[in-house]
Ligand binder design. Structure first.
Ligand code: CA
Ligand code: CA
Ligand code: CA
Length: 394
């Protein structure tokens, strides 16, 4: 088998689901179905100040959901999750990621994009800024709160900036839930899914120029995404805070001391990351020319395994994309139009398949068949539709 890694090329883009309310991260379940979180469209309930629109308010409604895509059927399998949005349903905060553990149990995180005191005093909806267990996929509202990351930010404010929380990415590895808090500029963890969160690391601020005033300002990292690399380390991508300028976003590798070191820089407003089986890194940009500039087109950039080559493999096809996952066949799944109510999509970007790419999973299976028993082969086959586990067993 050749070790040559070809730059992937998109052969086809299909819309697998449409009409979604602010779709965010997505993941394959142990059943092979694709699950996508919808942050919702807010509602007509209590309100808090909008985090993005000065003077405006974000209103509460139980309009968040988790949608399952399986064999062409798109179905909301969890409903009634808490959601905050502007009156037109845009700019939502709510459920932002779903992951499954090695036993097939489902967990999700709920964002807020505010001071947790606003959750407690103005909204009085404790489910925001929590890690939750999904109890049921029967279409109803059935979940259990496991860990209050909002209270952690309230009590510790580890970055020393404003008190703010917005849980944005969940990653499960070795019976531990890793949670990226975009508001707190932090990576936190929760062992065995209960008790007090643990701070893993803080992402550094930097100094930049306010384009409106010309003054030097502190820019926050706003981490949005975490994934496990082929080396077993965690990698984290950042959106960057105001003024969200082009080229400022970095991908960090969390080193053995637990500190973030720059793995790759020069990206713009990263919303998600994923490694493929060859160790190539896909970086999803929420807004390729910067949130305050030009258009809302995103981009998907492929970084070769040696880190030396970058190729933009999709751009204008993407509008403010918010979630990225790679299927067992190497195809790419993206949540698109991620901050718009009623217009969100899940896209499948199929890759040109060649013999090298197509054979690799089969080769792995044959190798396992020779080295172990049939039950292990079956487990291995399952893990190919279970991206979280791909590198964690190495
Ligand atoms: Ca803070
Ligand atoms: Ca995730
Ligand atoms: Ca833009």
């Amino acid at each position: 088998m050749s070790a040559t890694v070809k730059t992937p090329q998109i052969s086809r883009i299909e819309v697998l689901a449409s009409g979604l309310d602010s779709p965010r991260k997505l993941n394959f379940g142990p059943d092979g179905a694709l699950y996508v979180t919808e942050a919702g469209r807010g509602g007509t309930g209590a309100s808090i100040p909008s985090p993005t629109q000065p003077g405006a308010s974000a209103f509460y409604g139980a309009t968040g959901a988790i949608t399952r895509i399986q064999n062409g059927i798109v179905e909301r399998v969890v409903t009634g999750l808490p959601s905050l949005a502007l009156p037109d349903g845009s700019d939502a905060a709510g459920v932002s990621d779903i992951e499954f553990d090695a036993y097939g149990n489902a967990y999700a995180i709920v964002g807020l994009a505010s001071n947790p005191a606003n959750r407690d005093n103005l909204l009085q909806v404790p489910d925001f800024s929590q890690l939750i267990a999904i109890d049921n996929f029967d279409g109803g509202a059935s979940w259990t709160r496991l860990s209050d990351f909002g209270a952690y930010e309230q009590n510790n404010n580890p970055d020393g900036q404003n008190v703010d929380t917005n849980l944005y990415d969940l990653l499960i590895k070795d019976n531990t839930a890793y949670v990226v808090d975009a508001g707190a500029n932090a990576l936190l963890s929760q062992r065995a899914f209960g008790g007090e969160p643990t701070l893993e690391t803080i992402f550094p601020t930097r100094t930049t120029t306010n384009p409106l005033t010309g003054e030097a300002i502190v820019q926050q990292s706003v981490p949005t995404s975490a994934t496990v690399g082929p080396d077993g380390a965690l990698y984290v991508g950042e959106l960057t805070g105001f003024p969200f300028e082009q080229g400022a976003a970095q991908v960090y590798r969390i080193n053995t001391e637990g500190q973030p070191e720059v793995y790759a820089g020069g990206f713009t407003n990263i919303s998600d990351l994923a490694f493929d089986k060859s160790g190539g890194l896909y970086v999803l940009e929420y807004d390729a020319d910067g949130i305050l500039n030009g258009t809302d087109a995103g981009a998907l950039i492929y970084v070769s395994p040696d880190g030396k080559t970058r190729t933009t493999i999709a751009d204008d096809e993407l509008i403010n994309p918010t979630g990225l996952e790679i299927g067992s066949d190497g195809d790419i799944y993206i949540s698109n139009k991620g901050f718009i109510a009623g217009q969100g999509e899940v896209l499948r970007l199929s890759l040109e398949k060649d013999i090298t790419f197509g054979c690799a999973p089969l080769y792995d299976l044959v190798k396992h068949y020779i080295m172990s028993d049939l039950a292990n082969v079956y487990q291995q086959a399952l893990s190919h539709s279970f991206p979280v586990q791909l590198y964690s067993g190495a």
